[in-house]
Design a protein around this ligand. Structure first.
Ligand code: GDP
Length: 309
């Protein structure tokens, strides 16, 4: 199956969760509607409690035989290079902006990093159904923001969609048919290049996200950089300095489907995978088949910065 990996960059409350849920529903790759509504409820409760919403780290939707992995980026401060590591897994980005609020300073950091990596973002001006929406002004603001962050001509020529995640549509024209999210799916497939990685080399991935799951324990997520991950294959974890951290087998291999991680037998270069069962491996270690001698290049983990805003 063809793959696209994209990051989603949005200020808290600009409608990321609502839009991703709607992409899930409309992609037809997701039949357990119940879970989407449950999450919507969860995030509303959390919203009330803490004023924030939470998106799964990676959500996967299928459109026209292509798997689109959508990876969330942290809302603001950089947690020890996490933003850059996440951006290193993707070939495109969606910058989602509320049509009334406009581009807010906290998204600048992540947008700047995405532009510096050479990504060509798709801009989505969301919530245009709001009575106080000012989509054309917001378009100009985003252009100015990109320019101030050193965007090149290609990046400044960004494709743009007007959208209402709540109403479930996106369109290149403000007075378009406002029917569904098909224009958004199609734009992602057209604008974002597929990962260009070698499937015939020995397997290697970089552990990019570390999480703890109630059932699985330590879960390491990353993009397969080369070759194929196969269930039960022998692997080694290699630290950036070349130390072998541990040797074992890929006993738990998971791929993303909708909001869930599901067990799979094999994953090819370019896809994003979650691995459990390794006890000492951390980020940004390389997990690879034994014939891979050294670590893949990775963005180091810096001590946390204190500049949280
Ligand atoms: P997130 O924090 O970016 O994930 O944002 P949410 O998806 O949780 O949405 C934040 C708030 O904006 C919620 O109250 C949503 O109901 C509302 N919202 C989301 N999408 C839209 C939209 O397209 N139009 C309008 N008017 N409100 C929206």
């Amino acid at each position: 199956m063809e793959i696209r990996n994209i990051a989603i960059i949005a200020h808290v409350d600009h409608g990321k969760t609502t839009l991703v849920d709607e992409l899930l529903k409309q992609s037809g790759s997701f039949h357990e509607h119940q879970q989407v509504s449950e999450r919507a409820m969860d995030s509303n409760d959390l919203e009330k409690e803490r004023g924030i919403t939470i998106l799964a780290k990676c959500t996967s939707v299928v459109w026209k035989d292509t798997r689109i992995n959508i990876i969330d980026t942290p809302g603001h401060a950089d947690f020890g290079g996490e933003v850059e590591r996440i951006l290193s897994m993707v070939d495109g980005a969606i910058v989602l902006v509320d049509a009334a609020e406009g581009a807010l300073p906290q998204t600048k950091f992540v947008v700047g990093k995405a532009l510096a990596r050479g990504l060509k973002p798709i801009v989505v001006v969301n919530k245009v159904d709001r009575g106080d929406a000012r989509p054309d002004e917001v378009h100009t603001e985003i252009f100015d923001l990109f320019a101030s962050l050193g965007a090149n001509d290609e990046q400044l020529d960004f494709p743009m969609l007007f959208a209402s995640g709540r109403q479930g549509w996106a369109d290149t024209e403000l007075d378009g048919p406002r029917k569904d999210l098909a224009p958004m799916f199609d734009l992602i497939l057209r604008h974002v290049p597929p990962p260009a990685l070698d499937k015939d080399k020995p397997f290697a991935m970089v552990a990019t996200i570390l999480e703890y799951d109630n059932f699985l324990g330590r879960v390491l997520t990353g993009r397969v950089e080369q070759g194929r991950a196969k269930i039960n294959m022998p692997v080694r974890a290699i630290r950036q300095d070349g130390t072998i951290v541990e040797s074992g087998r890929l006993t738990k291999l998971l791929s993303f489907r909708g909001l869930e991680r599901v067990p799979v037998d094999e994953v090819e270069a370019g896809d994003i995978v979650a691995v459990a069962g390794l006890s000492d491996t951390t980020i940004p270690d390389t997990i690879a088949s034994p014939e891979v001698a050294g670590p893949l290049p990775a963005i180091p983990v810096d001590p946390p910065t204190l500049s949280m805003t």
